[in-house]
Design a protein around this ligand. Structure first.
Ligand code: 5GP
Ligand code: ZN
Length: 149
């Protein structure tokens, strides 16, 4: 499929897009390529990547990003994850940026990770704590100001 791809010759995911490294492709558009993760955390663990080389989300042009969530939705339905089961069916969409945030491949990728039971997929582990309302207000006010500029 033709694509307006801007790829990096030494990037493993760019090589996958170009077919230089094999992958189990499940879906492709002009802007994105979706394939099975080689170390799945659940059956049907899919990576959705833009056909544009960039390490982090902010490096990717909007038209590529705009393609990703509708594709993810399509993949969710293809995996049957929209159908509730007695145990509960769910899924996580995960996108890591930076080594400290658990990113190991420096080409933006969105994980679609099925969660059909407690054992498979993503486990919870983040340091949530009760917030101070004054601090929340200050953070929101600062951001609103910056975003208005
Ligand atoms: P990260 O931790 O960077 O968010 O996730 C990178 C993901 O890419 C991992 O889940 C890993 O299994 C997957 N991965 C790395 N190299 C390859 C590869 O060559 N082929 C496929 N299909 N997946 C890969
Ligand atoms: Zn790349």
């Amino acid at each position: 499929m033709s694509s307006p791809a801007i790829l990096d010759a030494s990037c493993i995911f760019c090589k996958i897009i170009k077919g230089e490294i094999p992958s189990f492709k499940v879906y492709e558009t002009k802007y994105s390529y979706s394939f099975l993760d080689i170390e799945p955390t659940a059956e049907g663990h899919i990576l959705i990547i833009p056909k544009y080389h960039g390490a982090k989300l902010h490096n990717i042009p909007d038209e590529y990003l705009a393609d990703i969530l509708p594709v993810t939705k399509k993949l969710v339905k293809a995996l049957g994850l929209e159908i509730e089961s007695p145990e509960g069916t769910g899924y996580n969409v995960l996108q890591n940026n930076g080594r400290i945030a658990h990113q190991f491949v420096d080409h933006v990728h969105f994980h679609l990770i099925p969660k059909r039971n407690a054992e498979e997929g993503l486990y919870e582990g983040w340091p949530a704590k009760k917030a101070d309302m004054g601090e929340l207000k200050k953070i929101a006010d600062d951001l609103v100001k910056k975003l208005d500029e």
